[in-house]
Structures are given as structure tokens and as C-alpha cells.
Design a protein around this ligand. Sequence first.
Ligand code: SF4
Length: 279
Amino acid sequence: MITTDKKDIRGIAKSELEAIFQQMNEPRFRVKQVQEWLWQKGANSFEAMTNLPKGLREKLSQHFVIHAITMDKQQNSLDGTIKSRWRLHDGHLVESVLIPVPEDNRFTVCVSCQVGCSLTCSFCATGRMKRVRNLDAAEIFDQVVLVNQQALEVFEHPLTNIVYMGMGEPLLAYRNVMESIHYITSPEGLGMSPKRITISTAGIAKMIRQLADDQSKVNLALSLHAADDEKRNKIMPINEQNNLAALMDALEYFYQKQKIALATSTSPLRILMTLCKML
Ligand code: SF4
């Protein structure tokens, strides 16, 4: 476990970094170079930033750290699926899964967003772990970068899709999840299309509305698991405060806000029932 009082440079806003560089008498364009290394090239050390003067790289190492995640264990299935367990800087472990479907040119990573989970779904191993903390945006971003490298090495194909469906409930790690999506999709980051990203939720109606209000362009999936409240309450306790009627309202709001034209026959109930059949 790495213990240090130095701040993770990836947790510092660009404007703050510019002020810090100004104090260090470093030109403004150096901030842009550092940000490119961090968010476009996925650099996990200052030494890797080879277009920066050596003195600046040393200065950065003295003042900051990069809390990159590291491989703890990898399991390869016969069907090509690769499960990776990552160690975070504070010693906690989370998992990602690479799901290849080469015949469809589809290479999906399922990423984690929390250490543990507070929602205690009865069918889920993570639900039996106490929620410890949310992953920060960079820790989620790292999973995408590293699994993309796996996909290139093993399948000679980059990732095509990202689903937030690993450990944790993404809508309860909302700010960090949205920040990670910013770095994955923006031109200053990996530049992937938000249409390739799906947030999968156990069903937090208030946060589905928040996602709609924020006009996010990502896809949303609801893990239904049961199509009536009585059964769902038993296996997904979150349903007690977010019953199917509340979720249907929130989904309708989401789709209206996203300006997705619903055919008159496609009511929110139909969406839920369709999802249910898919599960
Ligand atoms: S919300 Fe997801 S991670 Fe959390 S307990 Fe339910 S299924 Fe597991």
C-alpha cells in the first residue's frame, strides 16, 4: 500500500494546476502537456512524460503522486472473457471484466465504481461486502485504459463499449462516475462516444432524474431482476424506496429529457417489461 501526503495530480482541477504551475514559474502550455499525458495517454508516472524537461518531472514527483491502479490478479475464461482484479493505492481491490464478442466486433468492459456496495441485493457477492468508498474518476478511467490495452494485446482490437455494471451502484457514486465519463469521452481525454457507454443502475429514481437533468448522452440500463414490487423488495431492498411505479416515472422523465421519441405503444411499462425479458 502506498501512503503519502502528496496530492494525486489527477484530482486537481486544470485551473488550480495552472495557478500552481505559474507559482513554479512554468509556462502555461506545460499544464496542457501534463493533462495530455494523464487523460489522453493514460500515463501512470511522471517519468513517462518524456516531452517535459527532466527538472519539471522531478519537481512534479516531489509535489504530487499519480494514484494509478495496478493489476492484482487476472483470470482468463475459455470463452475469452478476462476478469481483472485491481489494487487501488489504499490497498482495496476492485474488478473489471473484458467481454469479447469478436464476431460482432464488440469488446465491452464492465467497470467498477465503488469498493463494496450499500444496496445489499440478495443475489450479488458485492452486496455482501460493506461499502467502503467510491472510486475516484481516475480509478474508473484507469480500468478503461488498462482493459483497452488488454483488448489490444489479446484481440488486437480496442474496446468498443463500456458498461458501469461492476462493483457498486454508479448512481450513488454519481459525481465521480460523471467525471470519469468526461475524461473518457472528451477530446482532451480518450474521445470515445458517449453512445458507447451504458450506466446500469439497480434503480435510484431521484438519480435517474438527475442524469436526465444533466443531459448526459450515455445509455441507461435498469437491472430489473423481478417485475413486481413484492418480489423485487425481497431481492433488491432499494426497491422499497424506489418501487416500480417511481422507476417508471423516472424512466419516462429520462427518455423525454433525452428527446428520444417514444412510439405511442412504447410506454415505460413496456420498457420495463422488455428489460425484464432480457434478464
Ligand atoms: S447494486 Fe449492483 S453491486 Fe450493489 S448489491 Fe446490487 S447488484 Fe450488487
